[in-house]
Design a protein around this ligand. Sequence first.
Ligand SMILES: [Zn+2]
Ligand SMILES: [Zn+2]
Length: 291
Amino acid sequence: MSPAPLPIAPGDALAPLRLPVPERVFRDRATRLDALAPDHPAGDWLRFLARLARGQDRAVRELRAPTPPRAGGGPPLAGALAASARSWRAALEVVLAAARDGPLPGPARAAVERLEAAAPDALEALAAQVPGGAPEDLAAAPVVGAALQVHRARLAARVDPGAVSPGAGSCPVCGGLPAASVVLGDARARYLSCGLCGAEWNLPRVQCPVCRDASRLSYLAIEGGRPGVAAETCDRCRAYLKIFDLAEAPGADAIADDAATLVLDLLVGERGFLRAGVNPLAPGGERAWTA
Ligand SMILES: [Zn+2]
Ligand SMILES: [Zn+2]
């Protein structure tokens, strides 16, 4: 059993930092992914991601919590990965079993088999590529990303918020990149949500998380698309990040809803913007799963 997570009141929307609650986040994500799947063109893939999320939830419940790294400078968890390789690989085994527990197209099945047969060194090499968002093995990456999320979320849940400096474009807890922004609470506060550890850090709205400029932002959305979803684009540095407004998209989850709105990334990419975030569950989208 892991110690109880630090209490972050749901109504405490202006806290500078919201730490993840591993016992809840993956279970809720699985529910969200299952809810997004019906009538979605990539519904089968979203159901596969839901299966991974259920595997993540199982790993949290069944595996011993990883040991927090010794504190140094910078984000408290920077370097936590190499320090406890065995812990994330134990999570990988549980997530792999969940991946197999349902239909898999040929390429995905082959990826699962590659991971099952891979030597520890090869797994570590793949794990090192996932945080950057451009892993070589795109079909295997979501399973590895899921295991890394379990590992980091459990470490992040135990971090002392007082030891964390404010963040901007990268996670102040683990150094990972955000998956997306969420806007929540009566205060309409904007939080960036770490794709790896799930910590959420406050950043004023209408500010580019990469260059901090506020003067050249635009919000692009798909006409007739899902409400409460936009890409916040910055004309100064040409970066963008999706933003989910929970008032209009209740129940939205940065990882799940990002995966369900990859069409928006295509549209924004065509206009020359570069994504400032990483979703470890969806680096190659549905295509990497089927082809
Ligand atoms: Zn993080
Ligand atoms: Zn910018």
